[in-house]
Design a protein around this ligand. Structure first.
Ligand SMILES: O=P(O)(O)OC[C@H]1O[C@](O)(COP(=O)(O)O)[C@@H](O)[C@@H]1O
Length: 335
């Protein structure tokens, strides 16, 4: 069978054996995410028609107004994971605290916890611009069959066993890694099947795209300002092109295909930037590194950072390795 016609289901089974703990549990987990992705994709596509646009009226723990689609996507992913009893704990951007999936029931021999950003790029929902879902999977560190604790979630990114995203864009794609490279699958909406369309995705070593919200320029550290000026300077292969969709998943996806850097730096108004370490930065960092890219907070490797809170934020620089290294050089000079 031609590599490209492979379905996601076939790929998961085929690669299950490649995974050292191949009890099939991780495959079931990816399959549940695949299913929830299709359900959410359906809702996203008809968002303009049904009363699913706009605010849900509540705020989440980050004080953000929850969009109706945020809430729906959150419900669908949690349902898909809980119903199939394949995890012992779930954490989400839309949930104040982690959810333990009857883990104190001796029966629950599941060993994985999942962290999700159910709807990334929520500011783009109402304006028909691509949005995404991000997921990160860890083996629990507390004994199986005992209650899940916060420690099971507060693990450094390097402990991830799998991570990925779904981008709901011109086409819907699921892109993920289990530590053996990064593969992308495109949904054929006519039959509801994901097909391997982008095998072994890799960041070009460098690129000509920089993605940052320049509206925050005056608040950025001098090092970031200098790097942006460097990107805009008429010299060598520059100026680079500025592209910022305002959905991390979409900006990351484009930069991985074309070469580029995404930045959400700290600023005088947001000391730790905006993005959340556990369910935005760590999964994207794992994917970036598996695709020969790089991810840091300007100084430290994101995947080495020891988390202390479920919803903590970190500055984020991610993309083509040489571009992230250049940005770090400027940050080192003028933090
Ligand atoms: O509008 P800003 O401040 O540039 O933030 C946009 C960034 O925030 C995000 O939307 C993350 O926040 P949400 O998960 O709440 O959508 C990223 O996807 C995006 O890159």
């Amino acid at each position: 069978m031609d590599k490209k016609n492979k379905t996601l289901g076939e790929f998961i089974i085929e690669h299950q054996t490649a995974f050292q703990y191949s009890s099939g549990e991780l495959s079931k987990l990816i399959n549940a995410i695949r299913l929830a992705a299709k359900v959410v994709n359906h809702e996203v596509n008809k968002a303009g028609l049904v009363d699913i646009l706009g605010a849900a009226g509540d705020t989440n723990i980050q004080g953000e107004n929850q969009q109706k689609l945020d809430v729906l996507a959150n419900e669908k992913f949690i349902q898909a994971l809980k119903n199939r009893e394949i995890v012992c704990g779930i954490a989400s951007e839309e949930e104040d605290d982690f959810i333990s999936v009857n883990s104190n029931d001796k029966q629950n021999q599941n060993k994985y916890v999942v962290l999700i950003d159910p709807l990334d790029g929520s500011s783009n929902i109402d304006v028909n611009v691509s949005v995404g879902t991000i997921f990160s999977i860890y083996r629990r560190i507390t004994p199986v069959g005992t209650p899940v604790t916060i420690e099971d979630f507060l693990q450094p990114g390097k402990n991830q066993v799998a991570a990925g995203y779904i981008v709901y864009g011109t086409s819907t794609m699921l892109v993920y890694t289990t530590g053996n490279g990064v593969n992308g699958f495109t949904l054929n909406p006519a039959i509801g099947t994901f097909y391997l369309s982008h095998p072994n995705m890799e960041f070009p070593e460098t690129g000509k795209i920089y993605s940052v919200n320049e509206g925050n320029y005056i608040h950025f550290p001098q090092g970031v300002k200098d790097y942006i000026k460097y990107c805009q300077k008429e010299e060598d292969d520059r100026p680079y092109t500025s592209r910022y969709i305002g959905s991390l998943v979409s900006d990351f996806h484009r930069n991985m295909i074309k070469g580029g850097i995404y930045m959400y730096p700290k600023s005088s108004v947001a000391q730790n930037g905006k993005l959340r370490l556990l369910y935005e930065c760590n999964p994207m960092a794992y994917l970036a590194e598996q695709a020969n890219g790089k991810a840091s907070d300007g100084y430290r490797r994101i995947m080495e950072i020891e988390p202390s809170e479920l919803h903590e934020r970190v500055p984020f620089f991610c993309g083509s390795r040489k571009m992230v290294e250049k940005a770090e050089e400027f940050m080192a000079l003028k933090p």
